[in-house]
Ligand binder design. Structure first.
Ligand code: DQA
Length: 147
């Protein structure tokens, strides 16, 4: 079972979207970096992005069934989607929440994550490096859900 690297709403617009906040790298660049690091670490990954909350929840259900480890950037859903949180709470394997920007330094509504309390760990503010560090952590931790 590959590690699922899931990016939520608006993250397909990386590079074009608020580059001063999120940087110039595109979503395709993010995927390329994640795949390169996964190959170096000898782990399998599947990268997916959607703007549709139901699709994202379906992927979390899939991970709950397969036991896959998940790296998740939920975008704005982070701050209010109890549905996503409930799906994340039902995962069998580890869940690492990632944010490109330093959410704690931004608007107050971004200071709350409804996902954080059900995540194994959270990495914020380190841009695409955060995804790569999350992969490295999972590869080091090993165990079920990390192949
Ligand atoms: C984000 C932070 C969220 O507050 C925002 O809504 C996003 C991206 C990040 O990666 O920094 O869409 O999750």
């Amino acid at each position: 079972t590959p590690i699922l690297v899931l990016s939520g709403v608006n993250l397909g617009r990386l590079g074009k979207r608020e580059p001063a906040v999120y940087g110039r790298a595109t979503y395709a660049d993010l995927v390329a970096e994640v795949e390169k690091t996964a190959a170096e670490l000898g782990v399998a990954v599947a990268c997916r992005q959607t703007d549709d909350e139901a699709t994202m929840i379906g992927w979390l259900h899939e991970a709950a069934d397969t036991g896959a480890a998940v790296i998740l950037n939920p975008g704005a859903w982070t701050h209010y989607s109890y549905a996503l949180r409930d799906a994340a709470a039902a995962l069998a394997g580890p869940l690492i929440e990632v944010h490109l920007s330093q959410v704690a330094a931004r608007e107050p509504f971004r200071h709350v994550s409804v996902i954080g309390p059900v995540a194994t760990g959270t990495i914020t503010g380190l841009g695409i490096q955060g995804y790569l560090l999350a992969l490295r952590a999972l590869a080091t931790m090993g165990g079920p859900g990390v192949v």
